[in-house]
Design a protein around this ligand. Sequence first.
Ligand SMILES: [Zn+2]
Length: 598
Amino acid sequence: MYLRLCILFVLLTALVGAEPDPHSFSRPEQAQVTHLDLDIAVDFQKKQLIGSASWDFQLKEGNKIVFDAKDMQIRSVQADGKYLPFALGPEVKWLGQSLTVFVPDGTKRVTINYATRPEAAALQWLKPVQTAGKKEPFLFTQSQAILARSWIPCQDTPGVRYTYDAKVKVPPQLLALMSATNPTEKNAEGVYSFRMPQAIPSYLMAMAVGDLEFRSLGDVTGIYAEPVMMEKSAYEFAETERMVDAVEKMYGPYRWGRYDMLVLPPSFPFGGMENPRLTFLTPTVIAGDRSLTSLIAHELAHSWSGNLVTNANWNDFWLNEGFTVYLERRIMEELYGKDYADMLARLGYGDLEHTLEETPSIDTHLKLELKGRDPDEGLSDIAYEKGYFFLRSLEDQVGREKFDKFLREYFDDNAFGTMTTEAFLERVKNRLGPDLGVDKWVYSAGLPSSFQEPVSTRFQQVDNQKERFFSGTTPSELETKGWTTHEWLRFLRGLPDTTTVAQMKALDQQFHFTDSGNSEILAQWLVTAIHVGYEPAYPAVERFLVRVGRRKFLTPLYRELVKTPEGKERARKIYAKARPNYHSVSVGTIDEIVGWGE
Ligand SMILES: [Zn+2]
């Protein structure tokens, strides 16, 4: 009986399309938004956005439209000049509240007047001292996965797309930017207009306000940054236009007009966020030698995988990220050669191995089940790296030429649409062949038995040097000339647990890791320093944790600290200082690690 019910359910799901998004109250099958006119003012004193969201929509059945809202004050709802009744549902953990608006027959547009609360999870309000320039405050949003609803009442599911126009009023000395057509200069009134003519899902809604300026990098690329960050940023990201050319050659046209980037203050919780037309970036990718620009390749690649063809809901997150890591490495191979891309794949495999060890096996499937949980939990290396290796296995089996053609058609056929894991696998079976072992990758734990570890020739050379070091060669005699960040990461990640404080000191004297300006190298070094008890690096641990809010770096450092009772005490002391600098996304993760509030 159970089995029959299951089959029936599967059939029904196949008939009506994707299952409803477990992380949204909206019911797009009844009423679905098509366009947003946003009109808001930014108040830094009150840490509040105040204004209105006017939504055009299609009423398909019944007389109501449901939105998602979180930590938000809904003041009134209007249509055609009249006030409409509305109801806020009970607060649900992670999800916030449903906002149901009751509409008369024929209603096509409602205006929701609202204000955000200071604790709105998407918004991070920075004091001047938390910026690079130290003079003006800064605001940025992070909407993925389900935080857009904390700054705009919206149908907050990746399955619903809409176009938008916006008017944003800010203090006149600041510039406002969005995931849309953007101004390149401040104006005296501090009022800015935006237009996003391509339909996007809500998690790509983005805004930043700060003392920002613009510099062009090429025909379609440019950079926004605080004035003191501009020179460094423009140098670091100068090759972006070449990346756009490379990916267009492989996977078809870039469909979003311009590709600009915004360098944020260091508390930004992610490496980058692929907000369309305006990638948001952590300043921790600025290494001074362009060695961390695979992150730009990654965010740019999202213009195809994720932004153009979007996961239907967060259970299909690997469709966004696995594809993007695959594209990212193909771009890097185009620009810097196969041996370079091989290093990235090998490092990615190292991350994946680690994540596989720590993750409950059900969460190591590509297709996830995140119902009743914070979808942010899906943001692990599984979606990224296992997703990448799955696509690479398809490429290996059918050949690059055929696979590239398949991908190009995939993006063309599904542009500005959504994709489910099931529909993608169907497409693979129909177009690439029925026996490619896809189900094992997607619906089973870990890696299939046929999986072969990636090899990097450049890392073999690194491993040789490491061996020489541990057999007594002094650091100055090691052959490290020409090593990129990736070789150093390989070296540092491979330091054994038995590394002594004396060995750490010798390495530090020669290579100055504790003073490194490269965040990737520094973060890796500090993890090892905590692990082996290399005390000269402890002040650097604190400085780094207080300055940087990028979760990828914070997590391993705090995890390493809390392994001992003394370390845990230090972690909590540092965290008390650092916590106000972190975005809610990082706070959520680190609270748990250090047992905050216990
Ligand atoms: Zn990504």
